[in-house]
Design a protein around this ligand. Structure first.
Ligand code: ADP
Length: 251
């Protein structure tokens, strides 16, 4: 199977803090990759690099046919911008907090990107948005404003909004960590459905029990490198001592 995502030798420093020290992994289409690791180990930076929200100092990111070698980027500005835009178009990002537009309705939030950025037909975009809202269990809430929704509902709108742009990969950065405990389950249920539909997902999460259910691949990141990579067995029977210690702490 050809890998949909390829990450090679990713390096990133913030000032003199060397945060990513050569991150490598691949992910096949239709699989769920769970990224685990101690706080500050570089998980979010890896995820943001896939979407070029961070610019790595070196290394390569490829999603499908969009590729950017940060160590040897296209020399001219226009080619570089084109490569960034192509890579960004292939993934959608779900943040800890939903960051919806507060002054737009739920439907308005979902059609904004497809119509303004992708120049899609507004009626088609609205019809697609309604389907997505039904998929995340929010049919009938099209006209609500974000503030009228619970945190869990807002996060589900956030997922629908990312899907509205028809990405090939969904990147989820601790999608439930900002939620009250009683709202976590409804968001995990939506992510579980996406996994069942064979969406390609990369999820940073501390929900290890959930990770066991959905993970096809597990990356344990420690101190800026992939310290262990494998199937779901990494979560139950890790090879590496530092993975073992981490799991003992979070379970
Ligand atoms: P994780 O997601 O594993 O908790 P992060 O990728 O968020 O880790 O961060 C890794 C390290 O990089 C942390 O020490 C963090 O403080 C630092 N860092 C992340 N983003 C920035 C930034 N924009 N500027 C400076 N330091 C940053």
């Amino acid at each position: 199977m050809t890998d949909l995502i390829e990450v090679r030798g990713l390096e990133k420093s913030f000032g003199d803090h060397h945060v990513l020290r050569g991150v490598d992994f691949t992910a096949a289409a239709g699989t769920v990759t769970v990224v685990l690791g101690p706080s500050g180990s570089g998980k979010t930076t890896v995820l943001r690099s896939l979407n070029v929200l961070e610019t790595p100092d070196a290394g390569l990111v490829r999603i499908d046919d969009a590729v950017l070698d940060f160590g040897a980027p296209p020399a001219d500005r226009a080619s570089y911008r084109r490569a960034v835009t192509a890579l960004r178009a292939r993934s959608g990002m779900i943040f800890q907090a939903h960051n919806l537009f507060p002054h737009k309705t739920v439907l308005g939030n979902l059609v904004e990107g497809p119509v303004q950025v992708q120049r899609r037909d507004p009626d088609e975009a609205a019809a697609a948005a309604r389907e997505l809202l039904a998929q995340v269990g929010l049919a009938g809430r099209e006209d609500a404003y974000p503030a009228q929704l619970s945190g869990g509902q807002q996060q589900r709108v956030g997922i629908a909004r990312a899907l509205a742009l028809r990405p090939e990969v969904l990147l989820l950065d601790e999608p439930t960590s900002a939620l009250d405990p009683e709202l976590v389950g409804e968001v995990l249920a939506v992510i579980r459905d996406l996994a069942a539909e064979r969406w390609t997902l990369v999820i940073v999460t501390h929900e290890v029990r959930f990770a066991r259910e959905v993970a096809d691949q597990v990356l344990f990141i420690d101190d800026g490198v992939v310290a262990e990579r494998g199937g779901p067995e990494v979560l139950t029977d890790p090879r590496e001592e530092r993975t073992r210690r981490f799991l003992a702490r979070v379970l």
